[in-house]
Design a protein around this ligand. Structure first.
Ligand SMILES: [Zn+2]
Ligand SMILES: [Zn+2]
Length: 340
């Protein structure tokens, strides 16, 4: 089979590999659709010891496919269309037993979306492979993983209908978070920066799109649009410490901030302790996904609550993954659909 193999930072190679054969409890999928992700760009640049503990490995982690072979003891059948998450929790550690499997101390990561076939280990097969309705196209189903991450953040925020939710960041995650918040009945404002992505954002039908480069102060602007109160919920989706600070500044009394965008290691932010205390701000992190949010993401895609197809800006073939990730790195693509 053809595959794009990650050999270390800056080293992605097109290779011919044997089609995997499933062992007991394993499943092999023929990949129907894969999506590029900002994480791929970061990982290609500097590696990722958590998601990619050993190299070489076939690259990519967002995909949907069709079961092509099953090992002993697997309930799935050849021909089943499924989506698989890129990790599976251990179900045994304190975090897993405490109902927070996204914080599992032994998350098993699986890579290999950018290949013709992928073998899924038993733990993933038993916990995080979800069959798809025939009506759900593979390209849309491949959004399950990023959508499940966004859903975890939205669930953490406990958004109620009628609330004002500000999303800081206009990348694919900012858009998914905004779409999900809107599906909760919230009035959604998304903050981005002028350019083609911002023009696209404006077509997604949010209550308001704020251009951070035009606003003198994003925080003042948000306060102005909320009668001086600040937002009920602010979700940070840029991963920049100065924007984390803006997120706290833009939230109102009793409000909730969700830090979704991970910053570079070693960064810190200043925090107005008076506000955090007397205004009872809820400051929450959101990381990764759970078997529950993966399933709920697939349900949202199947029911049409969410149709994120508009975030796909390019379609390319497997051997064009390198070029796709360059486009991503230059900010010229949102999501590239890779069809082997
Ligand atoms: Zn991703
Ligand atoms: Zn665990």
């Amino acid at each position: 089979m053809r595959a794009m193999v990650f050999h270390g930072p800056g080293d992605l190679r097109a290779e011919e590999l044997p089609v995997p054969v499933p062992g007991p409890g394993e499943v092999v999928l023929k990949i129907d659709a894969a999506l590029t992700c900002g994480t791929d760009v970061k990982t290609l640049r500097r590696g990722h010891p958590v998601m990619i503990p050993k190299i070489p490995t076939v690259f990519g982690h967002e995909f949907a496919g069709t079961v092509s072979a099953v090992g002993a003891g697997v309930a799935l059948r050849e021909g089943d269309r499924v989506v698989a998450a890129n990790s599976a929790p251990c179900a045994a550690c304190a975090s897993c037993r405490g109902g927070r499997p996204n914080l599992c101390e032994d998350l098993l990561f699986v890579n290999g979306a950018y290949g013709e076939f992928i073998a899924l280990p038993p733990r993933l097969v038993s916990l995080n492979v979800v069959p798809l309705a025939p009506s759900l196209p593979a390209a849309r189903a491949a959004f399950a993983e990023p959508l499940a991450c966004a859903l975890l953040a939205i669930e953490r925020a406990r958004i109620e209908a009628g609330q004002t939710v500000v999303v800081l960041g206009h990348g694919p995650f900012g858009c998914l978070l905004g779409m999900l918040a809107r599906s909760c009945g919230a009035r959604v404002m998304v903050v981005g920066k002028a350019g083609w992505r911002f023009d696209r954002l404006k077509r997604l039908g949010f209550a308001c799109c704020l251009d951070a480069t035009a606003a003198g102060s994003v925080v003042e602007e948000i306060r102005g649009l909320t009668g001086g109160r600040g937002a009920d919920v602010v979700i940070e989706a840029t991963g920049r410490p100065e924007v984390w600070e803006q997120a706290v500044d833009a939230v109102g009394r009793g409000g909730t901030v969700v830090f979704f965008g991970g910053c570079a290691p070693g960064t810190s932010i200043r925090l107005d302790t008076r506000r955090a205390h007397y205004e009872e701000l809820a400051l929450l992190g959101a990381f990764h996904h759970t078997p529950g949010t993966i399933r709920r993401a697939v349900e949202a895609l199947e029911s049409g609550v969410l149709a994120p197809d508009s975030l796909i800006t390019h379609r390319m073939r497997l051997d064009e993954v390198g070029r796709a990730l360059e486009l991503m790195a230059r900010g010229e693509a949102l999501k590239v659909l890779i069809e082997p």
